[in-house]
Ligand binder design. Structure first.
Ligand code: FES
Length: 167
């Protein structure tokens, strides 16, 4: 008596999952490997072609109204690492970064000098070196007034210490 069921030539029912051959398996692995390699190449190419931009903070900044700074004062602006100095002659902006190895100096009002905590360099409020290993005085930055009357410092523009802003 013959069995009544539908079977294909392989002897399996049509809805029954077929066995994956070794060749099919290797083909799928190969396609997956090429896919991963292609994706990796695309990422590397994209990163190579995209511009290598370094975002730095702006070098020009507003330091507020001149009235904020009392006469004969040294004011440290920590965000900019700059001292705003006001004397009877006018304003100047002095870098707070030590010229020795780049430590941030500190204004010492009791001694009326700028001191570096790293190796002991000392500077006058106008940046002139007093003592220590610093090879140069603290540089002065260009300071000007904006159209609306605020102080503006440009840390990219080094000026002579004698250049003061009269307000
Ligand atoms: S970094 Fe200022 S004295 Fe060395």
């Amino acid at each position: 008596m013959a069995e009544s069921g539908k079977q294909g030539k392989t002897g399996k029912a049509p809805n029954e999952p077929t066995d994956v051959t070794r060749r099919d398996f290797l083909n799928e692995i190969t396609f997956a490997a090429f896919g991963i390699a292609g994706l990796g190449s695309a990422v590397v190419t994209y990163r190579y072609l995209s511009p290598n931009v370094l975002f730095e903070p702006p070098t020009k900044f507003r330091a507020g109204n001149p009235d904020l700074y009392p006469l004969n004062s040294v004011s440290y602006l920590p965000d900019q690492q700059v001292y705003i100095v006001r004397t009877a002659e006018g304003f100047y902006a002095v870098s707070a970064v030590c010229t020795h190895l780049g430590c941030i100096t500190q204004w010492k009002p009791e001694a009326e000098l700028i001191a570096c905590p790293c190796h002991g360099s000392k500077f006058q409020p106008d940046g002139t070196k007093i003592e220590g290993p610093a090879p140069r005085p603290l540089p002065h930055f260009l300071i000007a007034l904006t159209l609306d009357g605020e102080l503006q410092v440009d840390k990219l523009e080094i000026v002579k210490p004698s250049q003061v802003l009269k307000v």
